[in-house]
Design a binder for this molecule. Structure first.
Ligand SMILES: C[S@@+](CC[C@H](N)C(=O)[O-])C[C@H]1O[C@@H](n2cnc3c(N)ncnc32)[C@H](O)[C@@H]1O
Length: 223
């Protein structure tokens, strides 16, 4: 089957899953249309991914979520829908302003700033989170991950989005090259896995294969 046919098939599978598994949510729909009317780029997580993240947070009974990369707050709304308090970091003031409109009335705090400036201050303030979602600058993922290990409670999870697509698009992908995956593999404080995904969410063949890294932070008693 050609990759065009596969994209078409993935589209059908996705459409069926969207129709069958998702309930309508007017706040999410409003957030997408408001973000579009403000010309924010269409680079949110997919609705099914949002539902996955919400399920994952419920599985670990997450009461506090840290998100790196707010955009218009679409994923923040998914996290807030679980009852968790959401802290989200965004570097772009326009994105932050639209996200404030979209998340009005929800327990979502948006911090304006560069993640690598904000994360150390959260750690210095003794903040801990149950779930950390990394979805900002691909070039800084390993730095975010290292801060996330410090900021996650024992038993909490770290989710890094777009890890497979980043590797697929990388010029130097080779067995012996260092990547986020190899670096995480050497980090003794976590147990991690890579979950490849296939989706037509972004609508191009190049972006159909992706996947995320999911890690759980271990306690000393596991070592
Ligand atoms: C893929 S979008 C986030 C999408 C959002 N999580 C969602 O699914 O609705 C990435 C966002 O990260 C922000 N960003 C990029 N570099 C950043 C940095 N160094 N610190 C904080 N935010 C950053 C971008 O401005 C953009 O809004």
């Amino acid at each position: 089957m050609s990759s065009t046919d596969k994209l078409h098939q993935a589209g059908k599978i996705h459409a069926q899953a969207r129709t069958s598994l998702l309930r309508s949510n007017s706040q999410l729909d409003r957030a997408l249309s408001n973000s579009k009317s403000h010309d924010l780029p269409p680079i949110t997580i997919s609705p099914l991914q949002g539902q996955y993240l919400a399920i994952q947070c419920q599985l670990i009974n997450a009461k506090s979520v840290l998100e790196i990369g707010t955009l218009g707050g679409y994923s923040s709304i998914w996290f807030a829908s679980t009852g968790a308090k959401v802290t989200s970091i965004e570097i772009n003031p326009k994105h932050r302003d639209v996200a404030l409109e979209n998340t009005k009335g929800l327990d979502v705090e948006i911090i304006l700033g560069a993640a690598l400036d904000v994360l150390p201050s959260l750690a210095a303030g003794g903040r801990k989170f149950d779930f950390i979602f990394i979805d900002a600058d691909w070039g800084e993922q390993w730095d975010y991950f290292q801060w996330a290990v410090k900021l996650t409670r024992v038993g909490g999870c770290i989710y890094v989005d777009n890890v497979v697509r980043e590797l697929l698009e990388s010029e130097n992908l080779g067995e012996h090259e260092e990547s986020l995956v190899t670096k995480v593999g050497k980090e003794k404080k976590v147990t991690a896995t890579l979950i490849p995904t296939v989706s037509d969410h972004k609508g191009t063949a190049q972006e159909m294969f992706d996947g995320f890294l999911l890690a759980v932070v271990k306690g000393d008693y596991y070592e």
